[in-house]
Structures are given as structure tokens and as C-alpha cells.
Design a protein around this ligand. Structure first.
Ligand SMILES: *[C@@H]1O[C@H](CO)[C@@H](O)[C@H](O)[C@H]1NC(C)=O
Ligand SMILES: *[C@@H]1O[C@H](CO)[C@@H](O)[C@H](O)[C@H]1NC(C)=O
Ligand SMILES: *[C@@H]1O[C@H](CO)[C@@H](O)[C@H](O)[C@H]1NC(C)=O
Length: 332
């Protein structure tokens, strides 16, 4: 019998491999990705008339109202053009920080993802019922603020994050949601290049800087005190550093779904990305090199683009945001 030539075997293996690839590939994920998403998570456009919303936890019901939602945002959310919604959790008195952010990492001019409306950055601000005239002017001028009536305080951060998830899920479902604090700079174009084009929205995943080992504080005087009834393990499940993490639409849905099973723990990142995520089967994918916490160290050591950084945290002053953005805005 004649032995097939090497060339024949190579062609045969290549063909077989192509057939396997074609049949294992989920075509429903590519072209109609937004339609599929909208079918799974139908949008409910925000309306002025909306009454209070309620978030139900195991030990309490939390009521809040969205007092203002940018008009263009409703259209954009319904358009199916958005891949990433960025919710910046910001304080009512931080107008200067927001101005700096609008001039740096939220400026549509250098950032293609913002120019083409595949990413949108909005600020979530509390204390809405007593909004100053200055803030009202800012809101009217910039059309990028979602205003809620919740008191804007440290102890309410956990509710503010729950509201960010709620808003994304109910009023603006997108393949990805970035929850981010106002002391972080973020490059939306690099995100789109590295993650955004993959559309893993139907997997429950959070991308972030993962904290692998940390223990609950059992000292009642501590700001981070957690009782045994709230969480009774020795170590928290792995969780995401709070300043910036990206959730897929399915992760957002899974977390909201599980809220009623949990007593509120006022440590926002541990609560959502650790405890509830572990129970809901939401994966936390560590991207330590891409989410940075120490901007000064970074500016002096990182010079190449081998692991392009997405977000840099701990920017307390406006100059720090500008200085970091110069670095983060480079093309990689
Ligand atoms: C708000 O309520 C008023 C009166 O109930 C109604 O006429 C109007 O159409 C409502 N607007 C929206 C956007 O639902
Ligand atoms: C969505 O994208 C389409 C095609 O690029 C464009 O025609 C449309 O104006 C966009 N809609 C919005 C609300 O950005
Ligand atoms: C709890 O913390 C307080 C203040 O931080 C400290 O004075 C106290 O000794 C701590 N108690 C225990 C049991 O560690």
C-alpha cells in the first residue's frame, strides 16, 4: 500500500482542523451581538416620571430615584452602538475633577471609541435634591451626568455601586460596564483593542486587578468591620480592587439577581466582586499589569507597551490626572 505523502497529510490535517473550528465557533456572537444582548436584557428607557426604584437586599430595601438622565444617552443606549458604558462615581462638589476628566481621558477628540460612540463616559452623582446651581449648570452644559437622590457619602458607596449596576442593566445594557472612581484615569481605546472587540458579554466575568488573599476585620471599631453573620469565612473570596473594574452584561445581571440573598456589607469591592461574585459564579479575571494603583512608580518605570495599561488609580489632584494621561494616551 502506498504511504500518503507528507504534503497530503498536511492538507488533510489543515482541512480537518478548519472543519472543527467552523463547527465549534459560535457565530451568534459576532454579527448580531447587540441584538442578542438586547433580547437577553431588554432596555427600559429612563423617564422623567419614573417613581422610586428599590434594591432588595437580605436585610433591607434601599430606595432611590434617578432625578436626571441625559437625553442623548437614552437614544445612544437604545441604538445598540455602545460596547462599553463607563460610569464614573463622582461627588457633587468635584466639578473641577470632572472638568479635568472631560479634558483628558473623557475627551472625544483623541479617543476614537468616544468619537464613534462605541464607548460612553457618564458621571453618577448623588445628593441630587440639593444640587447647587453650579452643578445644575454643569449638567445642562455637558449632558454626561446621571443624578440620583441618594446621599453622597462614604457609607453609601455600596449603594452607589449597586445603582451603577442597576442603571447599566435597566437603562443602558451594553456588552461591558466599567465601574470607575473619579481618581482613576482610563484609556477607552486601549480597552476596545484589548477586550472590547471580543464581546464576551454572555460570560459572567469581571476584569480587574484581583486581590487574592485578605481577611475580614473583626474589630468592631474598624471602618472595615464585618460581622460573622455578614460573612463567616477566614478569608474573603478573591475580589477586584474597587477603583476600576469591567463587568460583562451577564456579570451585572448575575450580581443584581443575587442581592436579595446577602446582608449589605459596606465594603463595596469585597461585597460585589468578592462575596456575591463567588456565590453567583462570576469569574474574576486578574489583569494586574493593566490596572495600576500607583501612578508615580509607574511613570518612572514603565516605558514600553508590552502590557498596555488600561487604568491608573490614586490620582488625587488635577495635575496628577493630566500628568498620567500624557503617559496613558500614547499609542501602543
Ligand atoms: C409623564 O406623565 C404625564 C402625566 O401623567 C404624561 O402625560 C406624560 O406622557 C408622561 N411622560 C412620560 C415620558 O412618560
Ligand atoms: C449608530 O450607528 C449607526 C451606524 O454607524 C449610525 O448611523 C447611528 O447614527 C448611530 N446612532 C447613534 C445614536 O449614535
Ligand atoms: C480594635 O481597634 C482599636 C482601635 O483601632 C484598638 O484600640 C483595639 O485594641 C482593637 N481591639 C482588638 C481586640 O484588636
Amino acid at each position: 500500500m502506498k504511504v500518503p505523502s507528507k504534503g497530503f497529510i498536511a492538507i488533510f490535517v489543515t482541512l480537518l482542523w478548519s472543519v472543527i473550528l467552523i463547527f465549534s465557533y459560535d457565530f451568534t456572537l459576532t454579527a448580531p451581538v447587540h441584538e442578542k444582548l438586547q433580547r437577553r436584557f431588554p432596555i427600559r428607557p429612563w423617564s422623567h416620571n419614573a417613581t422610586a426604584e428599590t434594591l432588595i437586599f437580605k436585610d433591607e430595601s434601599f430606595k432611590f430615584r434617578i432625578l436626571h438622565f441625559p437625553e442623548d444617552l437614552t437614544t445612544l443606549c437604545a441604538s445598540g452602538n455602545l460596547t462599553l458604558l463607563v460610569v464614573v462615581q463622582s461627588g457633587p462638589a468635584s466639578g473641577d475633577i470632572r472638568k479635568t476628566i472631560r479634558e483628558t481621558w473623557a475627551a472625544p477628540d483623541p479617543i476614537n471609541a468616544l468619537k464613534t460612540n462605541s464607548a460612553k463616559i457618564v458621571f453618577l452623582i448623588g445628593d441630587g435634591e440639593s444640587a447647587s446651581t453650579e452643578l445644575q449648570t454643569e449638567i445642562a452644559r455637558n449632558k454626561d451626568v446621571i443624578l440620583i437622590d441618594t446621599e453622597d457619602s462614604y457609607k453609601n458607596l455600596v449603594y452607589k455601586t449597586a445603582i451603577s449596576l442597576f442603571i447599566s442593566h435597566t437603562h443602558c445594557p451594553t456588552p461591558y460596564l466599567l465601574k470607575i472612581d473619579q481618581d482613576v484615569a482610563f484609556n477607552a481605546d486601549r480597552f476596545m483593542q484589548q477586550i472590547g472587540s471580543a464581546f464576551w458579554h454572555d460570560q459572567a466575568t469581571i476584569y480587574c486587578k484581583v486581590r487574592y488573599v485578605s481577611m475580614p476585620w473583626r474589630n468592631k471599631t474598624s471602618r472595615w468591620y464585618v460581622s460573622e453573620s455578614q460573612f463567616d469565612g477566614w478569608f474573603y473570596p478573591r475580589y477586584c480592587a474597587g477603583p476600576a473594574y469591567v463587568l460583562t452584561a451577564t456579570a451585572v445581571h448575575s450580581l443584581l439577581d443575587k442581592l436579595p440573598d446577602f446582608e449589605v456589607i459596606k465594603i463595596e469591592d469585597v461585597f460585589f466582586t468578592g462575596i456575591i461574585s463567588a456565590a453567583a459564579g462570576v469569574k474574576r479575571v486578574g489583569m494586574q499589569g493593566r490596572f495600576k494603583t500607583e501612578y508615580k512608580a509607574l511613570l518612572f518605570t514603565e516605558t514600553d507597551c508590552s502590557t498596555p495599561i488600561l487604568a491608573v488609580h490614586n490620582l488625587k489632584k488635577e495635575e496628577e490626572i493630566r500628568e498620567t494621561w500624557k503617559y496613558l494616551a500614547r499609542e501602543c
